[in-house]
Every structure is written in structure tokens, then in C-alpha cells.
Design a protein around this ligand. Structure first.
Ligand SMILES: Cc1ncc(COP(=O)(O)O)c(C=O)c1O
Length: 335
């Protein structure tokens, strides 16, 4: 099967497994795992933050930031279809105790004016906004730097924190050809996933100030996220950061090629110019998304229907150039 459901389906390569096998380990709850420490130092350095913490998942990274910098009883502003709104089992509300306000945004990119219009004075009857959450990439779309800069300025004027859900931060990095720290400078805290396009089996990094990471370490333990000899997993993360960033451009090229194939057939509508990274969204015509997904499945292509007439395909490390050719053939001959 050619699995285009998500870049979370990547499997660790032989070389990554070997790095995991030979990892030096210690008790990370005692902060004595040298491989975890190395991974955290690298993540902090790469994002330009003072410190970083290895966490079990992207959801855990987002939750810790909302818990600490959102604060119980406060509002946080985000895009209405962001990952924290739709796919984190209401943890921002249930655990962090924040009230997420989901805003409309073109292609999911929050506009500073829209954010500003949701700030309001607070008295003893109202909650107030404490944090802005941006997702980058947002379903494959990169945040323009000018917008991030303006969001930072708005946050500073209003004493707000900014958290970046950078599950796919490095896709934005290679697409925009900038250093990760250039993107991350606009956020107080950034989480990025090792287990998506970077190909590690698990784990995310949460990056921020020393003071923030000290708090995050404690809340991670409180939530049951303190693990012991996880240098084995951290070694996969170190390997991913050393070997799997630059090659993300290949995934982007593959996504572009699939979008071109879709653009040439009658049952799909897509704008290839909007495919910036590794995620393709397109609409179906004359066939429901569910039916098209089933037909593609019969031909060995896995993907998700995300609406009645909307399909998502994601390219990644385990999709080869030959897979892309095969996929393009199937797409053209599907109906
Ligand atoms: C944008 C985004 N943020 C956060 C997450 C959460 O990551 P995890 O599955 O590791 O909790 C995902 C996972 O798909 C994601 O796509």
C-alpha cells in the first residue's frame, strides 16, 4: 500500500534503529539520560530558545504550554480548525482549564486584525485573553513571517504569550528556506514533532525559556509523562534532526507532483500553487470523497476523506518517487 494518510505513519529506518540500539541511557526523571540531554540541548539551540524538554507527543507539548502560559480561567485565541481545537480531546479545557476561542482565518493563517478584534477589557465578570496559539505549518500552509511578526507585536502590546504548534515546523523551515530560529523568534514557546516527517517513532520537543521549561518539567511529571531510560527514543530524535530535515524538500516535490496529477483529472479540483509543503487538500467532483477514497484504496492508495467532497493526502519519508509515479497513474485512471 502507498500510505498517504499522514506523515505520522513513517517507520524508523535501519540507520535510525541502529542509533537507537547503541544509545547511551540513564534515568531521565533524575535528568541523567545523556542522550535525552543531548537531544534537548540540540532542540533548544536549533529553535533559538534557552531550553527544551523531550515530551511524549505533540499533544503533550501543546498542553504543557497552554497549562503554563494559558492559565486556568483565561481565553486563548486560535484558528477554529487548529489541532488543539479539533484533535486533542478538549485537553486545553479539561486539563489546562483555558477557554479556547476558535477564530475564522483564511487557510488557517490567523490575521492580526482578527486577533486584535477579540481582545477585550476584563472586569470581575469576564475572562481575558492570555495566549495566542499558531499552528505552523497549518495543514501544510506556512505562516508568512510578516504575519508572525505582527502577531508578536500584538502579543507584546497586550502582554500575551504566543505558542507555536510546530508539529511540522521543519516543513516550514525547508519550504521558506530559513533557519528554524527565525521562525521561532516570534513565539514564546514552540513544540515540534519528531514523529511526523522527521521519521522518529515517538516524541516531540517543547522549547522555551529556562523558567518555562522548569515549570514544564514539573507539569510533565504531574501528568504522568516522566519516563526513565528514554535515551533509546531520544536517539531516534537526534538522528532525525541530523539526517531527516533537508530531505523534507523531497516530500514537498512529491506533493506537488501528486497535485499536478490531480489537476489533470476530471474528478478532482485542486490548486497546485497552494501546495506549499507535504499536505494536499482537494475537492472531488461527481463522486463523494468517501467513494473516491474507497476506489483509491482498491488500487493500493490510502488517504483520508476530510469532508463530503474533500480529501487529504500527505507525503513523507516512506513515499518514494516510484510511489508518487504509481499514485499519479492511479489518480489519472481512477474514473
Ligand atoms: C498540527 C499538529 N499538532 C499536534 C499534533 C499532535 O501530535 P501527537 O499525535 O504526537 O500528539 C499533530 C498530530 O498529528 C498535528 O498534526
Amino acid at each position: 500500500m502507498i500510505d498517504l494518510r499522514s506523515d505520522t505513519t513513517t517507520r524508523p529506518s535501519q540507520a535510525m534503529r541502529e542509533a537507537m540500539m547503541s544509545a547511551e541511557v540513564g534515568d531521565d526523571v533524575y535528568r541523567e539520560d545523556p542522550t535525552v540531554n543531548r537531544l534537548e540541548e540540540t532542540a533548544a539551540q536549533v529553535t533559538g530558545k534557552e531550553a527544551a524538554l523531550f515530551v511524549s507527543s505533540g499533544s503533550m507539548g501543546n498542553l504543557l504550554s497552554l497549562y503554563i502560559n494559558g492559565g486556568r480561567g483565561n481565553e486563548i485565541l486560535t484558528y477554529r480548525n487548529s489541532h488543539i481545537m479539533l484533535h486533542e480531546v478538549a485537553s486545553p479545557t479539561v486539563i489546562a482549564g483555558v477557554l479556547p476561542i476558535g477564530l475564522d482565518a483564511p487557510r488557517g493563517i490567523l490575521e492580526p486584525d482578527t486577533l486584535a478584534s477579540h481582545l477585550h477589557p476584563s472586569d470581575y465578570t469576564t475572562s481575558s485573553v492570555s495566549l495566542i496559539e499558531v499552528e505552523n505549518t497549518m495543514d501544510g500552509t506556512c505562516y508568512p513571517h510578516k504575519i508572525l511578526k505582527d502577531i508578536r507585536a500584538l502579543a507584546d502590546e497586550n502582554d500575551l504569550k504566543v505558542h507555536m504548534d510546530g508539529a511540522r515546523l521543519f516543513n516550514a523551515v525547508v519550504a521558506q528556506k530559513v533557519a528554524p530560529s527565525e521562525i521561532c523568534q516570534y513565539a514564546d514557546t514552540v513544540s515540534f514533532c519528531l514523529s511526523k516527517g522527521l521519521g522518529a517513532p515517538a516524541g516531540s520537543m517543547l522549547c522555551g525559556s529556562n523558567e518555562f521549561i522548569k515549570k514544564a518539567l514539573k507539569i510533565r511529571k504531574m501528568l504522568g509523562g516522566g519516563m526513565r531510560q528514554i535515551g533509546i527514543l531520544a536517539a531516534a530524535g537526534v538522528y532525525a534532526l541530523e539526517h531527516n530535515i533537508d530531505r523534507l524538500t523531497e516530500d514537498h516535490l512529491h506533493a506537488g507532483e501528486i497535485a499536478q496529477a490531480l489537476d489533470q483529472c476530471s474528478w478532482a479540483v485542486v490548486d497546485p500553487s497552494q501546495i506549499e509543503t507535504n499536505i494536499i487538500f482537494f475537492s472531488t467532483v461527481g463522486i463523494t470523497a468517501a467513494k473516491a477514497v474507497a476506489k483509491l484504496g482498491e488500487q493500493g492508495i490510502l488517504c483520508f476523506a476530510t469532508g463530503k467532497h474533500e480529501i487529504r493526502m500527505v507525503t513523507h519519508l516512506d513515499i518514494s518517487a516510484a510511489d508518487v509515479l504509481q499514485c499519479s497513474r492511479v489518480i489519472k485512471d481512477l474514473i
